[in-house]
Write a protein that binds this ligand. Structure first.
Ligand SMILES: [Zn+2]
Length: 335
């Protein structure tokens, strides 16, 4: 069962989280594998997407925000785009578009940053968005401060958290074909709950400055970060949460929260629907829709996240382009 565990280090300005996705992750992989148009993900892509899904879950749980957190990588290599989305109820979905071959031992730069143009975007899409409002989006290149290509997703996201949120963050991520898991350790900001939306609205300049002065300097955080970083991929994938926490932090005093699992825990869910597909077809325009119908007989659109197929025949399509008041039931004419 997929689970999320949150904890605090008693008396220290440090918090942590571990996510272990099992059934939720296997569901994402199984749906892709059963898609006859794409087939299963190549192992390095599955590993990247699993790490992204674990990271999106951790980042969603780390903020107080009523909406979807969407982690995207726009690649310039064989992986054109990879997306992982986590909602406040911990419903998750993920997909990737792969074109061409990639080596079996491909690393992050080989997949998405071949020509130095790959980038990572973190989007917060509010649930109750006002019409015309644009979601918050932060974009980071896949390079470190020294201009070196970053080899791991965890490095990219740590960089993002430090640059955009002024938060010291340590991430360990891993995934295989059964488990996608992540450990997040974060130094708490001087005032208030640090989050992706920033603190500009509520905190004054002095506190922001005090927080920035603390970056990289807090001894407790640095000690705990080093312990967290010693966690290996193999340990993260194979050990249960209790064992991981005991091994890493046996000398620290942890305050644990009730784990989130089962119905309250991370789970797969897709929010696609026929009306959204209809909107997309309207976006193509009547002429384009008509030419697809002429060629294929109907318009078929598959959801990249869950594999569900939506079919619009000539009658359905005609209704999409007919003003609501003028609809003639069963009219076969595309206008
Ligand atoms: Zn779907």
């Amino acid at each position: 069962m997929s689970e999320l565990h949150k904890f605090l280090f008693d008396g220290l300005p440090v918090r942590g989280m571990i996510v272990r996705l099992t059934d939720a992750w296997q569901e994402i992989l199984a749906r892709r594998a059963s898609n006859t148009a794409t087939g299963a993900y190549p192992p390095p892509v599955a590993e990247l997407l699993g790490e992204m899904t674990a990271a999106a879950t951790l980042m969603q749980s780390n903020i107080k925000f009523n909406g979807a957190l969407i982690l995207q990588i726009f690649g310039d290599g064989p992986v054109k785009v990879a997306v992982a989305e986590a909602k406040p109820d911990l419903s998750l979905r993920a997909t990737a578009k792969v074109i061409g071959e990639l080596p079996a031992d491909a690393h992050l730069p080989d997949m998405v940053n071949v020509n130095n143009k790959g980038r990572c975007a973190i989007t917060l899409d509010p649930k109750d968005k006002l019409p015309g409002a644009t979601p918050y989006q932060g974009v980071v290149p896949l390079f470190g401060d020294g201009g070196e290509k970053l080899g791991k997703l965890s490095g990219v996201l740590q960089h993002y958290m430090l640059q955009s949120e002024q938060l010291d963050t340590t991430l360990v991520l891993a995934a295989d074909d059964k488990v996608a898991a992540g450990l997040l350790i974060q130094r708490l900001p001087v005032k208030g709950e640090g989050n992706l939306e920033g603190t500009s609205g509520t905190s004054d300049k002095d506190h922001d400055q005090a927080n920035e002065d603390q970056i990289g300097r807090n001894e407790d955080y640095n000690r705990i970060s080093i312990l967290a970083s010693s966690l290996t991929r193999d340990e993260l994938l194979t050990l249960d949460v209790e064992t991981i926490l005991r091994r890493l932090f046996w000398e620290e005093k942890l305050l644990r929260f009730e784990p989130q699992a089962g119905l309250q825990g991370p789970h797969f869910a897709c929010t696609c629907g026929r009306e959204r597909v209809a909107q997309m077809i309207r976006g193509l325009g009547a002429e384009e829709a008509e030419s697809i119908l002429a060629e294929r007989g109907d318009i078929e659109v598959g959801c990249d996240f869950c594999g569900k197929q939506y079919r619009f025949d000539a009658i359905d399509a005609a209704q999409l382009f007919t003003p609501l008041g003028d609809q003639i039931p069963g009219s076969p004419v595309v206008q």
